[in-house]
Design a protein around this ligand. Sequence first.
Ligand code: NAP
Ligand code: ZN
Ligand code: ZN
Length: 350
Amino acid sequence: MSTVSAYAATSATAPLTKTTITRREPGPHDVAFDIVFAGICHSDIHTVKGEWGKPRYPVVPGHEIAGVVTAVGSAVTKYQVGDRVGVGCFVDSCRSCPSCVAGVEQYCTGGGMVGTYNAVGRDGEPTQGGYSGAIVVDENYVVRIPDSIPLDAAAPLLCAGVTLYSPLRHWSAGPGKRIAVVGLGGLGHMGVKLGAAMGAEITVLSQSLKKMEDGLRLGAHHYHATSDPETFKKLRGSFDVILNTVSANLDLGAYLNLLTVDGTLVELGMPEHEMKVPPFPLAGMRRSLSGSMIGGIAETQEMLDFCDEHDVRPEIEVIAPDYINTAYERVLASDVRYRFVIDTESLRQP
Ligand code: NAP
Ligand code: ZN
Ligand code: ZN
């Protein structure tokens, strides 16, 4: 076992503090790597604040992890020391259920995926995430970061990137598709960039017009404020797909009414409270309400290669670990443009 520095939450209300955690010695199939950058996802905040149920404190969050391989197990074939690699939201799954076999491990029906943090690994030990100096992960749950993508920009792709890439592909984003992205935060801004790169017509629906200039620069074709009731009148029946990335509960009926006949609202945000769905806007136009969770390992690799090819990078603000608690406050205030990424250098020092 090795000891590394990390930032952990010890309760729902206390700030995250610096601590040390242990990582297992790499087994035959494991890749050990130094974490160089880790993104801050709103899911980290929901988790540590106990909004999805009481987590296993202490929790070291972070599931947007980019780094460089330092050791590989004897049976590892895909990676070698020095490779640039990433890990997203999960580090294992059953590997034999239909979902795992189909490469959608995030929907594992054989016990569920093993989260990168706040879960229990195959070895019976709690998993701890990317706000730390190093990690050990089975090679089958590691992806390769293309050379053209800097590690700090790669980190947010591993959750925010694939969480938008997967539904955009599943609902066939491309020329002629009218897609609305609700919420211009970490996920939303990736939806704009990826959707535009796929050739779809992208509309941002944000609470205000404060970030309109950014949204249009990122590739959106249209931008509207949801605080303006006119938005819901003039855009009625406009979209084939709505990707809702908002971390809070919305009036879903109002958004369903913005879909065409047979349109689909895809729920990506995971607010703390239950969602209320009125039946008339749904049944009346044969609309669908769906959801989507991150993406599988193969799809995550495909997304990284797509970003390489189409020059898609997140917009990031790199911070030191001692800024994490302030960054959380800013995310909660929708004051993020558009992902905080932790430079973990100080956590790699002994
Ligand atoms: P984020 O950066 O905080 O972005 C969320 C955005 O939602 C904000 O920037 C804001 O956009 C909007 N928003 C926030 N509060 C709102 C409110 N009260 N009313 C209306 N709009 C509001 O968060 P994120 O990291 O993108 O994550 C977003 C959500 O997705 C979280 O719930 C997270 O847990 C979830 N998530 C899901 C998956 C998945 O696999 N499905 C993966 C990762 C994250 P505007 O300022 O533009 O209005
Ligand atoms: Zn995430
Ligand atoms: Zn499975």
